[in-house]
Ligand binder design. Structure first.
Ligand code: FAD
Length: 631
């Protein structure tokens, strides 16, 4: 429910109510309940909505019909075999944190130092990473000193913790030489481990709105914290170069037909915070007259500040979701939810623990052996020696396993494609009753060399922007090589698990007839593997140059977003493409900051929810200090 009071002025107006915004607004409101704060959010309220708070239902938010998700259509790109991808992000209060897969993953400490921005190094940000969480995973060997114990976001293994499949997967990883560690999320871990979750021990999603905002609104002690929902921000309003307010309109896709759709303005007495996420914040800035002067003039937008970096430096992690047939049971995958087999109301009544599960139980941060580096050619070797060799905590590849059939983030999204692969896979599966469940192994490149961009095409806030993902577009094809290597590596691991029940040719590369790398059908050991050594007896697969080409084609045909967009309003020197300074102020303006993942200048070796929470915490400290508050 919106609690906006028309005609009222607010001290701070947030343009976008996603992850980072909820953290900053919540912290500031808690520090000074007299501070008046308005959050304008394009999507619905997420309060106590079971589609959001119930982890096992997270898939439902990826459907094209989801009212909680925003879908950004990119252009067709040659590096993607001519495909035009769709990048999805959160479109509801809490933003990405309300719909994400809840996989707990923290950046490496070295990533923060690599931002090269004063006040944003690991010494500054690790304390905030601890402050935001209450970590209750009690596995032996975890160093609790690197985790928090009293923050709003609860991290646990959740109520549905399947030890046997987890240990099976880790033993297979160990058998091919991948280090198995107790805690990959200690800011320097490399290898593989079980995956903690943004889920409370009782099984509730830990999104930023429920953990930072709703408790304050409910307690009656924060009457100045207000929400304006289902409302789209058009632009920031200026007096000269001073931001003085925000122009907004009802979100057309959600507003009743007969409602008043005229744009309105709200005044901000102290600060406007643009916080609409990596794919929307640059558009708001450009519509407000902040961006490359040539672009703005071509659209008749008066220039407030000429900042060519706005909308540039777009990055994501490039992902492959590779499905395998498994021997897992109905309770050990979420296929039962994806296929509508689980009686959800009954499961709630029975307090079925599967509802509190995201199915992401194993994570990885991998590096390469010298032989693997050399096998990818001289250009790759040169890049590896330059960027990875002396950075021992920097992973080349990330992994997250999802126990369900998911052959790509857009497979459930892209209506025109109506994913034939999935239909074929399900048809095969229906015939093959012995292996009716799947696991999808998500591989994604943490530090892509490729860059994309997003820019407005019109002053009209509802006109789609021009989005170029840039995926796999780097000059020497280094990003594609990483995924070719990763495909082989995870194949080597997963076929050594007891869960492995064979591959589905339709969602794997098209190896030529007679290739030694051809598909394996059933489990490799009929009676299952025992020890790690047992698994080592399986010989490695052999690939020739035709096989490598087939995998590269497969990668270009199937690579997708990992939903980890960042970088389009980057922090850093203005003359080097920076949009905001170290205190998140937009260059050439006063009273205007950006607070979301768009400010992150260099990529991180992790899924990005944690970094978005840290941006929110850091912004609260910065703004609090400017207002004389202790946050
Ligand atoms: C499907 C999905 C799965 C993910 N899985 C994981 C995971 O398992 N683990 C992990 O660590 N990370 C994951 N992530 C990434 C993580 O959730 C995001 O990186 C993070 O939430 C981004 O936070 P943000 O504050 O930058 O932006 P967001 O949280 O996206 O917030 C932006 C907000 O602005 C609103 N908005 C946009 N335009 C306007 C406008 N014009 N006016 C008003 N409001 C507007 C949006 O509705 C949204 O609420 C996932 C993300 C997605 C989308």
């Amino acid at each position: 429910m919106s609690t906006f009071e028309p005609g009222r002025e607010y001290d701070i107006v947030f343009a976008g109510g996603g992850t980072a915004a909820c953290v900053t607004a919540g912290r500031l409101s808690a520090a000074d309940p007299s501070l008046s704060i308005l959050i304008i959010e394009r999507g619905h309220n997420n309060l106590d909505d079971p589609a959001i708070t119930t982890p096992a239902l997270f898939f439902t938010n990826y459907a094209p019909t989801s009212q909680y998700t925003l879908f950004y259509q990119a252009k067709s790109e040659p590096s993607l075999d001519g495909r035009a991808r769709i990048i999805s992000t959160g479109g509801v209060l809490g933003g990405g944190s309300s719909i994400n897969a809840m996989m707990y993953s923290r950046a490496q400490g070295a990533d923060f130092d690599n931002f090269k921005v004063e006040g944003w190094g690991k010494e500054d940000l690790i304390p905030l990473a601890k402050k935001l969480e209450t970590f209750t995973v009690n596995e032996p060997g975890i160093n609790k000193a690197v985790h928090g114990s009293s923050g709003p976001i609860h991290i646990s293994m959740g109520p549905h913790d399947l030890k046997e499949p987890q240990q099976d997967f880790l033993a297979a990883a160990e058998s091919v030489g991948i280090p198995v560690v107790n805690d990959l999320q200690n800011f320097e871990g490399i290898g593989m481990s079980t995956s903690a979750k943004y889920i409370s021990p009782e099984g509730k999603r830990q999104d930023a709105a429920h953990q930072y905002i709703h408790p304050l609104i409910a307690d009656g002690k924060h009457p100045n914290l207000h929400l304006l929902l289902e409302t789209r921000v058009r632009r920031v309003v200026f007096s000269g170069t001073q931001a003085v307010g925000v122009e907004f309109e009802p979100e057309a896709s959600l507003a009743p037909e007969d409602s008043d759709k005229a744009p309105k303005t709200v005044q901000a007495k102290k600060l406007v915070v643009v916080s609409s996420g990596t794919l929307s914040s640059p558009s708001i800035l450009e519509r407000s007259g902040i961006g490359a002067a040539d672009l703005l003039r071509s659209l008749d937008i008066p220039v407030v500040s000429n900042i060519p970096g706005v909308g540039e430096n777009y990055q994501d992690h490039h992902s492959l979701f590779i499905p395998y047939k498994t021997t897992l049971t109905a309770e050990q995958t979420l296929d039962c939810v994806a296929r509508g087999e689980l009686d959800i109301p009954q499961a709630f009544q029975d307090k079925n623990t599967i509802l509190g599960w995201n199915s992401v139980d194993i994570v990885g941060k991998w590096r390469m052996t010298p032989e693997e580096v050399a096998s990818l050619g001289p250009e790759f070797k040169e890049a590896y020696e330059r960027d990875y060799e002396n950075n021992p905590t920097k992973p080349v590849m990330l992994l997250g396993s999802i126990a369900a059939l998911l052959s790509g983030p857009n497979t459930l999204v892209n209506e025109e494609e109506k994913n034939e692969d999935i239909e074929t896979a399900e048809a095969i599966e229906a015939k093959d009753k012995k292996s009716p469940r799947f696991t999808s192994l998500g591989l994604y490149t943490p530090y892509p060399y490729s860059r994309g961009s997003i820019h407005i095409t019109s002053q009209d806030a509802s006109a789609p922007p021009k989005l170029i993902t840039g995926f796999l577009s780097d000059e020497h094809g280094l990003d594609v090589k990483k995924l070719v290597w990763g495909y082989k590596k995870i194949r080597d691991v997963y076929r050594r698990t007891n869960a492995y029940a064979g591959e589905l040719a339709v969602v794997h590369p098209k190896f030529k007839a007679g290739s030694k790398a051809a598909f394996a059908k059933g489990p490799l050991r009929k009676n299952g593997f025992g020890s790690v050594q047992d698994r080592q007896e399986i010989p490695p697969l052999e690939y020739d140059s035709d096989d490598d080409r087939a995998i590269e084609e497969y990668v270009r045909e199937r690579v997708e977003t990992t939903w980890h967009s960042l970088g389009t309003c980057k922090m850093g020197a203005n003359e080097k493409g920076g949009v905001v300074d170290k205190d998140l102020n937009v260059y050439g303006t006063e009273g205007l900051k950006v607070v979301d993942l768009s400010v992150i200048p260099e990529n991180v070796g992790a899924n990005t929810y944690n970094t978005a929470l840290i941006v929110g915490e850091k912004a609260a400290v910065i703004i609090g200090k400017e207002l004389g508050l202790t946050v």
